[in-house]
Design a protein around this ligand. Structure first.
Ligand code: PLP
Length: 452
């Protein structure tokens, strides 16, 4: 920090403050974690300075021998950790991984066959008129993913996202009564819509998914099954999700982030079957530019950490702790989407406290509890104000929290929310954003959470 301060002291101060804030608060954002010092330090090396467009052994720049080593080791760890046929570790983030995956599937299933039908090897050899036809064909494909309010991600076909614009999209939800995935309804929708790509995976669904059933549905309609395991990769790596709950043996393509439950550096990666490997391997230059070699090195370190028995213990505690947190809420009368959890996410419906997600999120932050507001299925308050708060256990489990600590977290959260009232706007009308915290609660809870 002294080196940074000698150049721009305000950045050193902000960095110091971030550490202090992360230590003093309860980090319950389901997509965050605490990467190890080894992972953090690997990101701060001179690999940051190296350009390496292309793929292992086939670069558009000279002098990439050490990047080749790093990328090969990261890919090897990823393959062995997840039992995958092929791994691609270049994507800079989860969104990049999904974009590379979509374009790889399009290349494999649409572009390749189209070019061979046209008797052309390379699209540069196409006439302008044929190129227009290929473009129309690529832009005319169908994608079916989980809707945002049911727990899916923006990149799974949400209309305003590029995935909702580049494909004809359709979305599946959850059962309105139980909040659980309804595979029969999903199968019926897939049969009617006939997607090229069926996307499984979630950001806010507090339950496990049966990927064998997902694959069956994909096969019945001729779709490629893509699973986005960004959230639960740590639970797959740590062998908490096995058998039909492990997407790797069932999906054609699996995408992920490396920084959530997997506890690595910020980044993305893709696993694929041999069949899809050649197209995914063309991620750069198809979608990506120069890979972040320092981050690929840190991914290798994180994957190596995740291959240890210690990590398996950690992953099991993440899931056990989510159950403790859910029980803590339920015994205090709070309402949970799906009535509980069997992964690392707990989704609290805060409407029973008379609050929107926005009000609850802000009140909790005032008390040192860092969460994010989240839609609940068919949310009456929409995606901005929402009616839910999403909690995740990966970060505090990394800090060593167990059953008792998570029960206390539930107690503190309920304490804050029962002591928060919905506010009004300047004209005195009810507001979905403002709130009033009863005297003393923020100080009381902040003090308790800082001591945990
Ligand atoms: N996929 C899922 C399921 C996610 O939850 C997220 C992030 O929250 C992403 C992809 C995107 O990851 P990133 O923020 O690294 O682009």
């Amino acid at each position: 920090l002294e080196v940074i301060a000698s150049v721009e002291p305000r950045i050193a101060d902000a960095t110091r403050q971030e550490l202090a804030d992360q230590r003093a608060s309860l980090k319950l954002i389901a997509s965050e974690n605490y990467a190890s010092p080894a992972v953090l330090m690997t990101m701060g090396t001179w690999f940051s300075d190296k350009y390496a467009e292309g793929t292992i052994g086939h670069r558009f720049y000279a002098g990439c021998q050490n990047v080749d080593t790093v990328e090969s080791i990261a890919a090897e760890h990823a393959r062995e950790l997840f039992g995958a046929e092929y791994a691609y570790v270049q994507p800079h983030s989860g969104i990049d991984a999904n974009l590379v995956a979509y374009w790889s599937i399009l290349a494999h299933r649409v572009e390749g066959p189209w070019l061979s039908d046209a008797g052309v090897k390379n699209m540069n050899d196409l006439s302008e008129a044929d190129w227009e036809k290929l473009r129309a064909s690529l832009g005319n494909q169908r994608l079916l993913g989980m809707s945002l309010d049911a727990g899916g991600h923006l990149t799974h076909g949400f209309r305003p996202n590029i995935s909702g614009k580049m494909f004809h999209q359709n979305q599946y939800g959850t059962d309105p009564e139980t909040g659980l995935l309804d595979y029969d309804a999903l199968r019926a929708k897939a049969k009617e819509f006939k997607p090229l790509i069926l996307v499984a995976g979630y950001s806010a669904y507090p339950r496990r998914v049966n990927f064998a059933t997902m694959r069956e549905i994909a096969d019945e309609v001729g779709a490629t099954l893509m699973v986005d395991m960004a959230h639960f990769a740590g639970l797959v790596a740590g062998k908490v999700f096995t058998g039909e709950e492990n997407p790797v043996p069932y999906a054609h393509v699996v995408t992920s982030t490396s920084h959530k439950s997997l506890r690595g550096p910020r980044g993305g990666f893709i696993l694929a079957t041999e069949e899809y490997a050649p197209s995914v391997d063309r991620g750069c230059p198809m979608v990506l530019g120069g890979p972040l070699s320092h981050v690929m090195a840190a991914k290798a370190v994180a994957f190596a950490e995740a291959r240890t028995p210690e990590f398996q213990g950690y992953a099991q505690r993440v899931a056990d702790n989510a159950k403790s947190l859910a029980e803590g809420f339920l015994t205090r009368g709070a309402k949970l989407v799906t009535g509980g959890t069997d992964n690392h996410i707990v989704l609290l419906d805060v409407s029973s406290f008379g609050l929107t997600g926005r009000q609850a999120e802000s009140a909790l932050l005032d008390a040192g509890v860092v969460t994010n507001r989240n839609s609940v299925p068919s949310d009456p308050n929409g995606a901005w104000y929402t009616s839910g708060i999403r909690f995740g256990t990966p970060a505090l489990t990394s800090r060593g929290f167990g059953h008792d600590e998570f029960d206390t977290v539930a107690e503190l959260v309920v304490d804050v929310l029962t002591n928060t009232e919905a506010g009004t706007n300047k004209a005195g009308a009810p507001s979905k954003a403002t709130y009033v915290l009863n005297d003393g609660v923020a100080d009381r809870v902040t003090k308790q959470s800082a001591e945990m």
